[in-house]
Design a protein around this ligand. Structure first.
Ligand code: PEP
Ligand code: MN
Length: 331
């Protein structure tokens, strides 16, 4: 249950009420308490302090359109997504940061197209311990360098909670990867900051579980949460995963979280990324994440799915009219 408190109450009073009722306390335009969804009535001790309340069938609460019907507005560096913006942010860059030369070339590609958001993994959550694990802190510093040099907004993923503070320090947007989205240490750390958080859906994760991961961050105080569909595992093995566009429609209908789509990881092969990306943008989405590399053949991770810069550039131009057809703009 969500209970909006009267504006006459101070933060300290709200905090006391939260402690007394074992509720979360956030400031969301007003002091607000959140309890488990099993609570269906404002408890006696809170009735006199409550301005408004919402009851939910399950623990999809702050993220629910039933609470806030408008999609959250999230600042993406110089631009915004969600709200009334009708922006589809195109996030581009390599799977992994591999060298200064490589990430610099990706930064230049984005700048040349008028795009602003650079991705690149520094702590890679690889399936095998023998694969390239990422450049770690050196990779984060290179991303930060790209931000300073080119004025880009950078996004990178946290693999586990041991380096979450480094990630938070060096990046603008924190990506919680498909394998990391159940990591409570990461989610709880992301709840305490005021940087946007992108939570990717695990490949065996239900939509409800994905939203509950977002609720960890929201109920902890950070309202800037987005979710990302990046393919789920089905019986099909011809493609790496299966992009769940039904799930995207569900998220857009039931949640107020901006939705980003990642056709690169879903498809697993470069040949399918562009057509899938167009299908994604045609749904009217808040963002698209596309992996691109100066020489995909020699990429240290996800080599088969990364687009060449030529293919990325062509895709960008082809996406613009698709976005326009559904009232959106690629930024
Ligand atoms: C990535 O974005 O490079 C990545 C590892 O994605 P995911 O967590 O979706 O597998
Ligand atoms: Mn990748």
């Amino acid at each position: 249950m969500i209970i909006k408190l009267k504006s006459t109450l101070s933060g300290a009073q709200a905090e006391q009420l939260a402690a007394a009722h074992k509720a979360f306390h956030i400031f969301d335009g007003a002091h607000t308490l959140i309890t488990g969804s099993s609570m269906k009535e404002v408890p006696a001790g809170l009735v006199e302090h409550a301005d408004a309340s919402w009851v939910f069938p399950n623990d999809m609460q702050l993220a629910s359109r039933g609470y806030n019907p408008e999609t959250r507005t999230i600042n993406f560096g110089a631009t915004t997504i969600g709200g009334q913006s009708k922006h589809t942010v195109l996030i581009g860059g390599p799977c992994s940061v591999e060298s200064e030369e490589q990430i610099e070339s990706a930064a230049q590609l984005l700048k040349s197209l008028g795009l602003n958001t650079l991705r690149g993994g520094a702590y890679k959550p690889r399936t095998s311990p023998y694969s390239f694990q990422g450049m770690g802190l050196d990779g984060l510093k290179l991303l930060a360098k790209m931000r300073e040099r080119h004025g880009l907004t950078v996004i990178t993923e946290a693999r586990d909670a041991t380096h979450i503070d480094e990630i938070i320090e060096h990046t603008d947007i924190i990506q919680v990867g498909a394998k990391a989205m159940y990591d409570q240490g990461i989610l709880r750390a992301c709840a305490k900051i005021n940087k946007p958080v992108l939570i990717k859906r695990g490949f065996g994760t239900t939509l409800q579980e994905l939203v509950q991961a977002a609720e960890f961050v929201l109920s902890g105080g950070n309202q800037d949460v987005m979710v990302c569909e990046r393919g789920i595992r089905t019986f099909e093995t011809g493609t790496r995963f299966t992009l769940d566009l039904c799930g995207v429609a569900w998220l857009k209908e039931h949640t107020n979280l901006p939705v980003i789509l990642d056709p690169s990881h879903a498809m697993g092969y470069a040949y399918g990324v562009a057509p899938l990306a167009k299908a994604c943008v045609a749904m009217g989405i808040d963002g698209l994440l596309i992996e691109t590399h100066p020489n995909p053949k020699v990429a240290k991770s996800d080599a088969s799915q990364q687009l060449t810069y030529e293919a990325f550039t062509q895709l960008y131009h082809e996406l613009k009219p698709v976005a326009a057809a559904v009232g959106y703009k690629i930024v």
